[in-house]
Design a protein around this ligand. Structure first.
Ligand SMILES: Cc1cc2nc3c(=O)[nH]c(=O)nc-3n(C[C@H](O)[C@H](O)[C@H](O)COP(=O)(O)O)c2cc1C
Length: 169
């Protein structure tokens, strides 16, 4: 079994719910929620988050407490809401501080519109050693969410299998 870590930020719970489903489907893999210590609740929190995203402001996040060093995970799945067409500031901050430590990254974004925001994945790749291998973009509560989530999970499981075969051979 590959070591998989799910790391995410969620302001209002949509990304958290999706990441919980993904972690469960992957056999209950480890999850950690990022915090930058900033109160982002309510309308002021919404405004602050939008301004942070547009200014590419990077408030530091604490290194998440994980069972293994970040470099020891075969795959780190990083979840973020879309903020002003970008990834959320806490996730950008995590990637900037620790992205170089990750062996392999996959991205999950949630959004509030029908725009897929695939360019966000390219932005996130700026902070990691190797470009992402898998990605999922979801507008929670809309038709097709389960289909795209299953496609993402299939891709994760199939690379797990390939790695197992490689290790066995
Ligand atoms: C400051 C801010 C900016 C946002 N900008 C966008 C956007 O550009 N495009 C979009 O589709 N949704 C946008 N949204 C909506 C969120 O991406 C969406 O509701 C997401 O699922 C929320 O995830 P969360 O509950 O995990 O925080 C924005 C939300 C916030 C708070």
């Amino acid at each position: 079994m590959a070591n998989i870590l799910c790391v995410y930020y969620s302001r209002t719970g949509q990304t958290e719910a999706l990441m919980q489903e993904i972690a469960q489907e992957l056999g209950g893999c480890e999850m950690v929620k990022l915090s930058d210590g900033i109160d982002r609740s309510g309308i002021f929190g919404w405004l602050r988050s939008g301004m942070d995203a547009m200014a590419r402001h990077i408030p530091p996040v604490e290194k998440p407490e994980t069972n293994l060093p970040l470099a020891d995970y075969d795959l780190v799945i990083i979840g973020s809401p879309v903020w002003a067409g970008r990834c959320s500031s806490p996730v950008r901050s995590f990637l900037l501080q620790f992205g170089e430590e990750l062996q392999e990254a996959a991205y999950v974004i949630t959004r509030g519109s029908d725009v897929r925001y695939e360019e966000v994945f390219t932005q996130m790749d700026l902070y990691v050693k190797r470009p992402h291998t898998k990605a999922l973009t979801i507008h929670p509560g809309t038709v097709g969410v389960d289909f795209w989530k299953d496609e993402f999970l299939k891709a994760v499981r199939s690379s797990e299998k390939k790695e197992e075969q490689h290790d066995a051979g």
